[in-house]
Structure formats: C-alpha cells, structure tokens
Design a protein around this ligand. Structure first.
Ligand SMILES: [Zn+2]
Length: 499
C-alpha cells in the first residue's frame, strides 16, 4: 500500500467533496430520486481511514497552524458523517413516511406538521396537532436522535484530540464555547426588556393569546405572517436582485461560474439552495421562485454563499476552498439576506411602499425571536454535549432554557430533535455577529446605500469572498473592521429596525 501523504489526502478530500456535492445537487434539484452517498465514500475511503486521521492529527500537533487545524477538522467531520450515515439514512426514511395520527381519525405527514401547525388559525386545533406530533416524536424520533447523539459523543472521544466532546470541538474549530455561551447569556439579559415590550402586543393582535399561555405551536403561527407577501412577487424576484447586484458592480453569475437553475422540474426542492460542486469553478444556485418575503430572503442567503464560493481564489489549497469556519460563509449569506430587513433596500427593490414601517416592526420581532431562540439553543447544546448532565435530565433543561428565552412553551419531546449537530448553532450565531459587523463597516466605507455603490461589489470580492474560509470569523472581523466579534452590532441593527 502506498504511503498516505498530505498531498494525496487533500486531493482525495477535494474529489470526495466534489462528488458528494454534485450528488446532493442532482438529488435536490430533481435530476435523481435520491442521493447515493455510500459508493462515493467507498471510492475515497482513504479520507476516513485511521491513517488519514493519524496523519492529520500529527501534522496539526507538529505545526498547530490554521491550515493543519482546518484539515484535521475536515477529516474528523467526514469520519463522523460517514460513521453516522446509517443513523441519518434511517432517520430520513422515517421522516419521509411517518404520519401524525389525530384523535379524529385524520393523519398528517410528519414532514408537513410544522407548516400545518403554522397555518392553523384555531388555537385548539393547533395545540391538538402539536400534541399529536410531540407524542409521535417522543415514541419514535427522539430515541433515534438520542442514539445518534450518544454515538457522536463516543466517536469524538475516539478521535483522541481533546479530553471531552466540547474540548475536541474547541480545538478543531478554534471557537471558545464558554466565551460564546457567556455572550449568549448577556444577549438574553440585554434584550429581555425589548422582548417584553415587543411580544405581548403582537401575540395579542395576531393570535389573541396572552404571553403567559404561548406555546411553540403559537410561535409557528405568529411568524407565518403572510400579510406582506404581495410586495414580494415571485416573477420580480430575480430581476430585482440582479438589478441590485449590478448597481453595486457584483456579477451574480461570477462570469458563468454561478449557474442559476430556475426551471420547473419534478422532484426539485421548494426552497432555494446553493451547491458548490467545484470551488470556485462550478456553483449551482437552485430556486423555484414562489414569491413572498421568505422566498426573497432565502434567495439572498443562498446567493451570498454562491458568490462567496465562486469568487474564492482558485489557487488556494483545498482546506481554504472546501473547509474551515462555516461562520464565515454563513456571515456572507446573512450579510445578503439581511438586506431584506434594510429600509433603503426594501424601498428601492420591493413593492412595500406604505407598509414599510409595519413590515420593519414585524421583521424586528421575528429577528429578535430567532436570536433569542438560537442563543438559548447554544446555551442548552453546550450543556448537552458537556457530559456533565445525565441524558435523562436534559429534556427538563431543554424546556426550561428554550421556553425561558423565547416565552413560548417548548415540548420535552424535542430535547434531542431540535438540535443543530456539532454546534452548527455556534456558526450561525457568529455569522450573525460578523454579518452585522460587516454591514456596519460597509456603511462606514460606502454609506448607507452601500448595496448600490459601484465600489462595494469589487471590495466584497477582493476583501471577503476571494479569501474563501482561510480565516476564522474572528480573524475576518479584526482584519476588516479592527473590531472583535460581539452581539453589539446585532443589537444596533435590531434597534435600527424600530427607530
Ligand atoms: Zn447558509
């Protein structure tokens, strides 16, 4: 057997990522009925071999530079994904066939339950459907998720990188979990008064429910809010976004490297997504324009990812093009999707008109809810993965933490289900911080309407996108703005929506 070298590991890693990403693109865009990942992992088995782990670990311990950390993180992540693939397949199969049984004999597909709950205007019907959903989750999905979590914790211990799951994550990601958790606790305190001011009138007006009685099912109904959808027509979406990108001199096609897949096709996912099949040469942006504010926001988010990948330097090593701190790519996605909360952008590129102030107020409520939910998730997930709390005590902690932060009563059945594996919640929270910091520094550089300043697009490409994920989100923040990541610019932006 030939000796495994770092060069070969990078080349095989690159091939694996390209093939997996292409398979996802083909499956989710409706060209194939499902993604066949196992044969791809088998073709590139060397990436998940013990030799690869040992090589990447030794290289990291010898150099402890960021490129070697990113490569080790990639190997560990891929090994975990491969090892948990059977769990994931079982879960996906369950989710596509499970039915929620209602007391009156009706049954609703589990996959549609959240949407159905959000659409129900009768509060008792909403509660009944959610109770039935929770019962099914408790009996069937929660045990599968718990088993997956326990396997994941054992797998990470076996990588021999840190003394605990959380220490391993911190060593691989460069993210300080205790620090982020402290910021999340401070965020919840700092925004408590604002939340107490915003939620009660909205809950009363839209749902007719006092805050003391709100449940998670009510949250789904409250934030369903379709009243502004008319100002976001599906056929105007792509032209509006292209006009804006043109005004800031950013080519959304990236000279042909971003391919817009907008055709109707059987089996194509309803929500837009971005599939970077070769970075930077071949990136798909797949969408089915339905219209509505959610559709605009998703397109902007995925476009942020797409231009990031498509403008990444082609001469960069594999690590910086395909791996690294996903807080960075999520922050560029959020920089773009938050334009759908920007007063000037909305006035210029949508038909909101006189509804703009009401829309911004509703956006502030939704944004603050989303942030309080995610900060609480991170606080809970750090404790879940800490190993210091017995699995049997976690459902109570979940209900207490999430209900306390959001004012909506959560269900204990979701304690192992409503989780972002491997702390993806930390990536999102840091992306919120970096995205808001970047938006503020773009205003300083290019003025409030930076999104139509012809110097802004080239600046974004040169200073952000070209760098791929060479740096962590903390490093990008310091280089670009001279400031550290924090929730301060996030709270500023939120207050700006209400001003
Ligand atoms: Zn994203």
């Amino acid at each position: 057997m030939s000796e495994l070298t770092l060069e070969r590991l990078r080349a095989e890693g690159n091939a694996l990522m390209e093939e997996i990403s292409r398979e996802f693109y083909l499956a989710h865009a409706g060209f194939k009925s499902d993604a066949e990942l196992v044969p791809i992992y088998e073709r590139h088995a060397v990436v998940v071999s013990d030799d690869a782990l040992a090589l990447a670990r030794e290289h990291f311990q010898a150099t402890s530079d960021s490129a070697s950390r990113i490569l080790l993180d990639f190997v560990v992540d891929t090994r975990a994904a491969r090892a948990l693939a059977t769990n994931d397949e079982r879960e996906i199969a369950w989710e596509s066939t499970a039915m929620v049984q209602l007391g009156d004999g009706r049954a609703i597909p589990y996959a549609r339950a959240s949407i159905e709950i959000g659409n129900l205007t009768d509060r008792r019907e909403r509660a009944a459907l959610d109770t039935a959903r929770a019962k099914l989750v408790q009996a069937e999905l929660a045990p599968m998720r718990l088993e997956r979590l326990q396997r994941e914790v054992d797998l990470m211990a076996g990588m021999e990188i840190g003394p605990s799951y959380n220490a391993t994550f911190e060593a691989l990601s460069g993210i300080d979990l205790a620090k982020l958790m402290g910021e999340c606790e401070a965020f919840l305190r700092d925004t408590a008064d604002l939340w107490r001011e915003l939620l009660p009138p909205a809950a009363k007006r839209s749902l007719g429910v006092p805050v003391s009685e709100l449940s998670r099912a009510d949250a789904l109904a409250l934030f369903r809010a379709p009243q502004f959808d008319g100002a976001f027509p599906g056929n105007a979406m792509e032209p509006a976004v292209r006009r804006q990108m043109g005004e800031m001199r950013l080519d959304p096609d990236a000279g042909g490297r971003v391919r817009f897949d907008v055709g109707e096709r059987e089996g194509k996912r309803a929500r837009a997504f971005c599939a970077p099949v070769r970075v930077p040469e071949e990136v798909y942006l797949v969408l089915r324009p339905h219209g509505g504010q959610g559709d605009y926001m998703t397109l902007m988010h995925e476009l942020g990812h797409a231009v990031h990948f498509a403008y990444t330097r082609a001469d960069f090593p594999f690590e910086y093009r395909w791996a690294g701190d996903n807080s960075v790519t999520e922050s560029y996605a959020m920089l773009f999707d938050h334009l759908t909360q920007n007063r000037g952008w909305l006035a210029r590129y949508t038909g909101l008109g006189r509804d703009l102030p009401a829309y911004l107020r509703s956006a502030a409520l939704e944004e603050l809810h989303f942030l309080r939910r995610y900060t609480a998730k991170l606080i809970y997930e750090v404790q879940l993965y800490s190993g210091r709390i017995p699995w049997s005590s976690l459902p109570d902690l979940f209900v207490e933490t999430l209900s306390g932060a959001t004012s909506f009563r959560y269900s204990a059945a979701d304690a192992f289900v409503d989780i972002d594996p491997r702390f993806y919640s930390a990536r999102y929270l840091r992306a919120w911080q970096l995205g808001a910091l970047l938006a503020a520094s773009l205003v300083e550089r290019f003025d409030v309407d930076w999104y139509r300043n012809p110097r802004a697009g080239p600046w974004l490409v040169e200073n952000l996108f070209a760098e791929g994920q060479r740096e962590t989100a903390d490093e990008v923040a310091l280089r670009v703005s001279g400031r550290s990541l924090s929730f301060a610019p996030v709270i500023n932006a939120l207050e700006g929506l209400l001003a």
